[in-house]
Every structure is written in C-alpha cells, then in structure tokens.
Design a protein around this ligand. Structure first.
Ligand SMILES: Cc1cc2nc3c(=O)[nH]c(=O)nc-3n(C[C@H](O)[C@H](O)[C@H](O)COP(=O)(O)O)c2cc1C
Length: 319
C-alpha cells in the first residue's frame, strides 16, 4: 500500500521507523515494531555495546523481519562503533548527533543503507553531500537531544524536501494516521515515532513514565540547555521546570541517575526526554495496534481528502 523509496530502501511494508532511544530501543520494543511490518531500531547511545550485541542477537530470535541500528555519534565516540555495527550484519543504519561525513562512506562501502538525522536545511545539505541514502528530518517539537535553535516540522520538512531530492522520514510531532498523512502531504515518505514508542506497552521503561506521558498536556514539555550543549526536550517535572530558564547550570548533570528514572520510576531522579506529542497520547497501547492504526488511518485520511478536494483541472474558485 505504501510502496515508495523508504519502503523499498528499508525493506518494510509500512514506512514507520521506531526511534532509537538509549536503553529503551532494545529487542523487546524493536522486535514488536519489526513484526508489525515497520522498522525496529536498536540503540547504541547507552554506550553499553555488550548489552547491545545481546539485544541484536535477541532480535534474530524474535523476528525474521528487517531491523536497523542507530549510531548516535556524540554518545558513542569510539570509531570502532562502525565496525561493530557492520559486523552485526544489519542492513539499515541511522546516524545522528554528529557529522555525516564521518561514517557514511565506510557504512555504505559495507553495503548498508544510511539515513542521517538533520534538524536544519544546512545539516540536510551536508548529509546529502556526504552521500547518505536518505534523511530523517527532525523538528524541534520532538523529544530528545535537539538543535539549540529548534525549527518545527511544519517549517523544516517542506523546506528540506523542496531543496534536496532524497527520501525523507519525518520525525518530531508524529504519532497517528492524520499526522502521518500530514508528513506525506509535506513530502516525506515515512515517519519516525519517538515519544509514542516510549509510551507503548512493549517499551521497557517504568509505568510511571508512561503514565506521565498519558497525563501530559501539550504544554508539558520543557526545552532545556538552549544556552549550552546539547539542548534537549523533556517532560515537565519539578526538576525540569527548575531548569527551564536556568542559564547557569548544564542540565546534563541531571542525567546521571537515568536508571532510577527509567526503571525505578522516580520521575525526579533525572530527566525524561519527551516530545510535545505527549499531549496527544492518551493510552498505553501495544505496538502492533499503534502501527496498524497509524497506517490504516493515514491511508483513510489521504483517501478522504482526495475525495473531498478532487484536484480537477481548471479554476480553484467556483464560477
Ligand atoms: C527518550 C528518548 C530518547 C532518545 N534518544 C535518541 C537517540 O539515542 N538517538 C537519536 O538519534 N534520537 C534519539 N531521540 C530522538 C528520537 O529519535 C526521535 O527523533 C524523536 O523522539 C521524534 O520526536 P517525537 O518524540 O515527537 O516522536 C530520543 C527521543 C526520546 C523521546
């Protein structure tokens, strides 16, 4: 149904990519995504490469469908990460948080398909020049580490698509059929789901985090560290509200107790990365339901619009 450059390059039926997320994007979540016909991704940003190797091994037991790996360059600084990823036999890799000139040639020479994550038009141009196969265009409303000058998907996506002829996966603000249809209308050929996947039943994080996403309003994220690096978008808690306009401290020092938050459920122990779409998520649901509904509702919405606004030749105004 979705046949396009992204489904072709990734070898998936449904052009939805589950976002890479440290400790979260592991086999339990990623295999559910791949089994649902979309693209599961295993993270390396935790830096726990032995654990990651085990997770990749588990993926092969849990699914025979395609999956990929992310190299978040700022978090895994050892260049051996590239040999590691190549040696795992995966066919698809996303690179992020670093220069696309660093690893693209080596990954492509090894036969992998490479998509690079970009937050600006200039970064997209640089990635295209480096020879990537495609782009993940990430708007500032998304969760995670961000460009300190965030640009919303509504502006960034059509801008990049109008200037660069590469397949684009839209990230930041997408979670359901209507938003997927909007991404397609703006020129993307796939979407990446971050926050929605954090909230999924198969996501390994503590229920307290999932419940906070379900309870969140659209105003319940904060954009931190704009004065320094890296900037990040996270759930609003007492801790993060205290950091919101603090230009003295680097919020990264508050990321040290991640495990207490991720798996212990203490939402004030660290910072829970999260996108504005939290305000639109109202239930914890299994991955298969999320992917299936997203794909079905996207096609239904596109069909409805085509029927309602037929593109007849001639004047767009009634006589
Ligand atoms: C908890 C969390 C961790 C993330 N970690 C990474 C990461 O390791 N590498 C990466 O490229 N992006 C990371 N991101 C960004 C996501 O890949 C994705 O692009 C973003 O969440 C999309 O926006 P959304 O939250 O609106 O879906 C993370 C996002 C979240 C919410």
């Amino acid at each position: 149904m979705f046949a396009n450059r992204v489904t072709e390059l990734l070898g998936v039926e449904i052009p939805i990519v589950q976002a890479p997320m440290g400790w979260i994007a592991r086999a339990q979540l990623a295999s559910a995504v791949s089994e649902a016909g979309a693209m599961g991704i295993i993270e390396t940003s935790s830096g726990e490469l032995d654990a990651v190797r085990d997770e990749i091994r588990k993926m092969r037991d849990l699914t025979d469908k395609p999956f990929g790996v992310n190299i978040a360059q700022a978090f895994v600084r050892d260049p051996a990460i590239v040999d590691f990823v190549i040696s795992q036999g995966v066919r698809f890799v996303t690179t992020s948080a670093g220069s696309p000139t660093k690893y693209t040639a080596q990954l492509k020479d090894a036969g992998l398909t490479v998509f690079h994550v970009v937050p600006t038009l200039a970064a997209a141009q640089k990635a295209a020049d480096a020879g990537v196969d495609g782009l993940i265009v990430e708007g500032g409303e998304g969760g995670g580490f961000k460009n300190p000058r965030p640009v919303a998907s509504m502006v960034l996506l059509p801008l990049v698509v109008s200037r660069i002829d590469l397949p684009v996966i839209a990230a930041g603000g997408f979670l359901d059929g209507p938003t997927m249809a909007a991404a397609f209308a703006l020129g993307a050929e796939g979407i990446q789901l971050g926050t929605r996947m954090v909230s999924a039943a198969e996501s390994p994080i503590h229920d307290n985090w999932k419940q906070m996403i379900v309870d969140a309003a659209e105003t319940d994220t904060v954009f931190l560290n704009q004065h320094t690096s890296p900037a990040l978008r996270a759930l609003r808690t007492e801790k993060t509200t205290g950091l919101e306009f603090d230009t003295e401290r680097n919020a990264m020092v508050e990321m040290l107790n991640l495990r207490d938050l991720y798996f212990g459920g203490d939402m004030e122990a660290a910072i829970a990365l999260c996108g504005q779409v939290a305000g639109r998520i109202d239930a914890v649901r299994p991955v298969a339901e999320i992917i299936d509904e997203c794909a079905r509702d996207c096609l239904a919405r596109i069909g409805d619009l085509a029927r309602r606004y037929p593109a007849d030749a001639g004047s767009v105004r009634s006589a």
